[in-house]
Structure formats: C-alpha cells, structure tokens
Design a protein around this ligand. Structure first.
Ligand code: IPM
Ligand code: MN
Length: 353
C-alpha cells in the first residue's frame, strides 16, 4: 500500500514522540513492503508563534491531501496563564477536528499486566479491564454558541439528531466486533440534549438486538469506572462527558503515556496519543513514546493492515517486558531509558521480527 502521512508534531514533547512514531511507521512499512511518504506541518503554539494561527490553512491542506494524520500534542503554559490571549494552541486542535469532520474519537482503555501496580485501583479491579470510549468530537459545548462578558457567560450544549445517530452507528460497529455490550452515557435526568441522545439511542438500539445496550447517567458512569471498570465494553457519549471520562479511564490503567486514540469522520483520520504536550519535559528525552507508537498501530488497523498493527503491539509489549521503559514506568532499580532509546529498541525489534 502507498501511504501519505501528514505529520503534525506540535508543541512540548510533541516533536520528540512524533520522531519515534515516524521511525516505527517507517520500519513497519519497510518490513511489509508498503511505501510511505511524510509531509510535515505546523500547529498549536508553534504555529501561533510562526504564523499567528494554531491551525493554518496550509496545514489544513496538507491534512486533507494525506491518507492519515499522525498528530502529537499541542499546548504551552504561556497561553494557559494568560486569560487575555486571543488565540490559544487548543483552538488549533478544535479547528482541526471541525474542519476534518472528525466526529468520532475512539479511545481504548487497556491495561498492561506489567503496569497494573501503577494503577491507583486494586489489582483485582483493574486487571483485565478493556473497554473503548467513543467520544463525540465535533458537537456539544465545545462548539455550541458561547457568550462571555464580565457578569455573565454561557456555553450551549447543542446536538442534532443526525449528529447523535452517526456517532451511535460508529459505537454499534465497535460493539458488534467486541463483546456486544454498549453503554450510552448521558445526563438525561437533567439535560434536554441528553434526553434527545437517549431517545435517538433507543431508536438506534432497536436495529442492533444482538448488542446489549444500557443507559447510564454520567455521574454514575464516573463512579462505575472506578468501582468496576470491567463492566464496560464500549461506551458512547457526548464531547464534554467523553473528555472527562477518558482522562479518568487513562489513569486507571496506570499510565496516561500509554493510551493512543483515533479520530475519524468525514475527511482524513487523525491518530494521536491522548496525553498532552507536557511542556516541562520538553527536550529532556524522558517522555514515553508508547502512546504515539500505539497510535501508529491504530493507523495501520484503520486501513485493515492488522498484521502491521499486531507487530507494533507485540514490540511495545516486548519492550515493557524487557524493562526498556521511560522513567515514569520503570521498575525499581531498573535502568531508565529515554524517549529515543525506547523508540529505537522498538524499531530494532520490528526489523528483527
Ligand atoms: C483532549 C484534550 C482537548 C479536549 C483539549 C486540549 C482541547 O483535553 O483531546 O481530550 O478537551 O478535547
Ligand atoms: Mn481531554
């Protein structure tokens, strides 16, 4: 296969983990006889500094022109601490999602046996937990009408029937391929938008009798994820709830640095780690590249290149088993490997497989 990849390294640790993702991508393509080309583009704080726009038109064009986007992270504290900043790096991410029509954000929550001890939850609760959160990504409060003055402010949580239907269809496709259990998360006891979600969900559910569908209020879902994460198989929810629940999900597995994601929809799909730009670690060669590398696995799997994805997952597991780990997950007394060294180890594993 011929693959044209747009690479958006972004800010903070982004460029460092991006380099390892690209190296792994190239190694896998070489191994399996695919040709791959990369087009680099700027985004986030980097792009604000360079051209005053966190998602420039040129970057958008490069994304539209590619088969897939390998995205790393955006964000810089100099904007977080400035409430008067007119443009922020995060707006670049939101613009990318909107302009590429990426309405479905797929965030798998998987545990790694050798890292269970890092989880804040008890071993027996978290071992074997394996679910996917499907987060709606281009609607709701993130994009609804907003207003702000010194006395009053609001965000609007608007959803239309087609927006809800299409994300539910995605969720059912995942549920059908997995354990056939879908949990629709909403706040239908309070919010009108959630009542429409539930109404539409009940209609769509009728089309999938082989899937067990249940409905859960978001506060309850947040609690259930801690008390019994193994309850979940596929969960689907609106943009804001999904943002919050996936951070919670990522930390119950033991390390946020390990979870990849895919965003798909109308145009080019985007593959990215779920963690942020960790500006304090920039340039220190300590960031974990595994979430980025696993997002390359998701990229291959999106194109039905399952063997390629499998080899990456196998290489990642092997690196963990060999204790080739970045500092935050290293076993006591074990050698500490850098971002680059972990990436190189995985590339070598792939070459020799
Ligand atoms: C995420 C991030 C973004 C979001 C931020 C950076 C805008 O937290 O991808 O979860 O809120 O969607
Ligand atoms: Mn988030």
């Amino acid at each position: 296969m011929d693959l044209k990849i747009a690479v958006l390294p972004g800010d903070g640790i982004g460029p460092e983990i991006s380099a390892q993702g690209v190296a792994v991508m190239s190694a896998v393509c070489e191994k399996f006889g695919h040709t791959v080309s990369y087009e680099y583009a700027i985004c986030g704080a980097d792009a604000i500094d360079k051209v005053g726009n966190p998602f420039p038109e040129e970057t958008f064009k490069i994304c539209m022109d590619a088969d897939a986007v390998l995205f790393s992270a955006v964000g810089d504290p100099k904007f977080d601490n400035d409430p008067t900043a007119k443009v922020r790096p995060e707006q670049g991410l939101l613009a990318m999602r909107k302009k590429l029509g990426l309405f479905a954000n797929i965030r798998p929550v998987e545990t790694f046996d050798c890292l269970i001890h890092k989880s804040p939850l008890k071993d027996e609760l978290v071992r074997g937990a394996d679910f996917i959160c499907i987060r709606e990504l281009t609607g709701g409060m993130y994009f609804g009408e907003k207003y702000q003055d010194d006395e009053k402010a609001y965000d609007t949580n608007a959803y239309t029937r087609p927006e809800i239907e299409r994300i539910l269809e995605v969720a059912y496709q995942y549920a059908l391929r997995r354990r056939k259990h879908l949990t629709v998360v909403d706040k239908a006891n309070v919010l009108a938008s959630s009542r429409l979600w539930r109404q539409v969900a009940k209609e769509v559910a009728a089309k999938y009798p082989e899937v067990e569908t249940d409905y859960m209020f978001v506060d309850n879902a947040a609690m259930r994820m801690i008390q019994d994460p193994k309850f979940f198989d596929v969960m689907v929810t609106e943009n804001t709830f999904g943002d919050i629940l996936t951070d919670e999900g990522s930390c119950i597995t033991g390390s946020m640095g390990l979870l990849p994601s895919a965003s798909t929809g109308e145009h080019t799909p985007v593959f990215e780690p779920i963690h942020g730009s960790w500006p304090q670690a920039k340039g220190l060669n300590i960031a974990n590249p595994l979430a980025q590398i696993l997002s390359v696995a998701m990229l291959f799997e999106y194109f039905n290149l399952t063997e390629e994805g499998k080899l990456i997952r196998e290489a990642v597991n092997a690196s963990l088993d060999a204790d080739v780990r970045t500092p935050e997950i290293q076993v006591e007394g074990g050698a500490k490997y850098g971002t680059k060294e972990v990436g190189e180890w995985i590339v070598n594993y792939i070459k020799n497989a």
